[in-house]
Unconditional design. Structure first.
Length: 193
């Protein structure tokens, strides 16, 4: 992705809103796939895009098979899908700031951006102990989660502890963070127009 010098624009805010909506859509998708009659619906549905028609019967079979053992495989399927959505969210948020010189210079030392960068790096490069995240101790980098006011602190030292997604507050932290970033970007735009 080439570097730009656009700074905080309405187009950038629109990209963030679209990212947030796509992320929320992934939860709606999981909710819909969890319904009992979804297999029947998918077996008879399809999507046309351009000259290609995609039939959902394979997805119906996948869901039916994953639910056949007490939902254990379905839970894994849902978890992996939501992790895919989270990786995409953090990656594109981070890249949106990092690939613009003006935006990056403005935010690079803010705690919330460093938090975003660390989570993005952990998710992009595998979740095996690169960042130890805890809710006590070191004040270098932190993020205050909105729903329960829990302070999540990142200790940047390697300690060979595997990072679990729940250690960054799970799905709520992702939604809180993108809402916060949307407000920050909107504030930059409002102050500069």
């Amino acid at each position: 992705m080439p570097k730009t010098n656009n700074g905080f624009t309405k187009e950038f805010l629109s990209q963030i809103v679209n990212l947030k909506n796509s992320y929320l859509l992934s939860f709606a998708t999981v909710g819909l796939l969890s319904h009992n009659d979804v297999v029947t619906i998918l077996r008879h549905d399809h999507l046309k895009t351009g000259g290609f028609t995609f039939y959902f019967s394979d997805i119906a079979s996948l869901i039916q098979k994953s639910k056949s053992n007490g939902n254990k495989d379905f839970e894994i399927l849902v978890w992996e899908y939501l992790m895919f959505s989270s990786r995409s969210l953090f990656l594109y948020l981070y890249e949106g700031f990092k690939n613009d010189n003006v935006r990056y210079e403005k935010v690079r030392d803010f705690d919330w951006f460093v938090f975003l960068a660390n989570i993005r790096h952990s998710l992009a490069h595998g979740m095996d102990g690169i960042w130890n995240i805890n809710d006590h101790g070191k004040p270098e980098i932190f993020y205050l989660r909105n729903d329960d006011k829990k302070k999540i602190i990142i200790d940047k030292k390697w300690d060979e502890t595997n990072m679990k997604f729940d250690q960054i507050g799970g799905w709520y932290t992702s939604i809180d963070l993108i809402n916060f970033i949307e407000k920050e970007v909107n504030g930059y735009i409002s102050n500069n127009t």
